[in-house]
Design a protein around this ligand. Structure first.
Ligand SMILES: Cc1cc2nc3c(=O)[nH]c(=O)nc-3n(C[C@H](O)[C@H](O)[C@H](O)COP(=O)(O)O)c2cc1C
Length: 179
C-alpha cells in the first residue's frame, strides 16, 4: 500500500478489539512516527505515553467512564504543554494534531485500528483528562488531550461518509470547479 492509499484507508474505529497484545516494538515505531511530526518553531510540545499494562489501562478506562472489557490492549496518551512558540503565540494544538495524524497513520500501517478520542476527555469532560493525567503521574503543567486505542479490530471498520470533493476542494479560486 502506498502512502496515499494508507491515508485513504484510515477510518475511526469504535468497535471492540481482539485480546491480542501489541508488541512493544510496534508501539515504539508508532510512537516514533508521532514524535516525527512537525511542530511550530520546533518546540516539540507534544509527548506521548504508550500504555500496555492491563492494570493501568483499566484505571484509565475507569477514569474515561467506559467499560474496560473489549477495549484495545494498548493505548497512546497524547500529552501537551502550553509552551510559547514565540512572543505570545502558542502552537501546541497544531503540534499535537500533527502528531496524532502521524500516529493514526502509523497505527493503520502496522495493521491496527484506532480512533482520535479528544472530545471524550476535554472540554466539559476535562475532569476525565485530569484524572488520566493523575494516573499517568504527569506534572501539573502537562495535560492529556487525547487518547488513541491501539489493537486489532474485532469488528468491521466502517468508513464515515465524507462530503463530495466538489463541496470542499476547488482549483484556482473559491468554489471554482476542478476540471
Ligand atoms: C479534534 C478531534 C476530536 C475527536 N474526538 C473524538 C471523540 O472524543 N470521540 C470519538 O469517538 N471520535 C472523536 N474524533 C473522531 C471524529 O469523530 C472522526 O475523525 C470523524 O467522525 C471522521 O471520521 P473518520 O476519522 O473515520 O474520517 C475526534 C476527531 C478530532 C479531529
Amino acid at each position: 500500500m502506498n502512502m496515499i492509499e494508507l491515508i485513504l484507508s484510515r477510518h475511526s474505529y469504535r468497535g471492540k478489539y481482539l485480546p491480542v497484545s501489541v508488541p512493544r516494538n510496534d508501539l515504539r515505531e508508532i510512537v516514533e512516527a508521532g514524535l516525527a511530526a512537525p511542530s511550530g518553531c520546533n518546540k516539540q510540545t507534544t509527548s506521548l505515553i504508550a500504555v500496555d499494562d492491563p492494570s493501568v489501562l483499566e484505571q484509565l478506562y475507569t477514569a474515561i467512564g467506559r467499560p474496560y472489557e473489549g477495549t484495545a490492549p494498548a493505548m497512546i496518551c497524547v500529552v501537551t504543554q502550553k509552551i510559547m512558540a514565540y512572543a505570545d503565540r502558542t502552537f501546541y494544538i497544531q503540534d499535537y494534531a500533527a502528531a496524532i495524524e502521524n500516529l493514526l497513520l502509523a497505527i493503520v500501517a502496522k495493521g491496527y485500528q484506532s480512533c482520535w478520542h479528544e472530545g471524550d476527555i476535554t472540554g466539559e469532560d476535562s475532569e476525565k483528562g485530569s484524572q488520566m493525567a493523575k494516573i499517568l503521574g504527569l506534572p501539573a503543567d502537562h495535560m492529556v488531550v487525547c487518547y488513541l486505542p491501539v489493537g486489532i479490530a474485532a469488528d468491521e471498520v466502517n468508513p464515515r461518509a465524507k462530503k463530495p470533493f466538489a463541496e470542499r476542494a476547488w482549483l484556482n479560486g473559491y468554489q471554482q470547479e476542478w476540471k
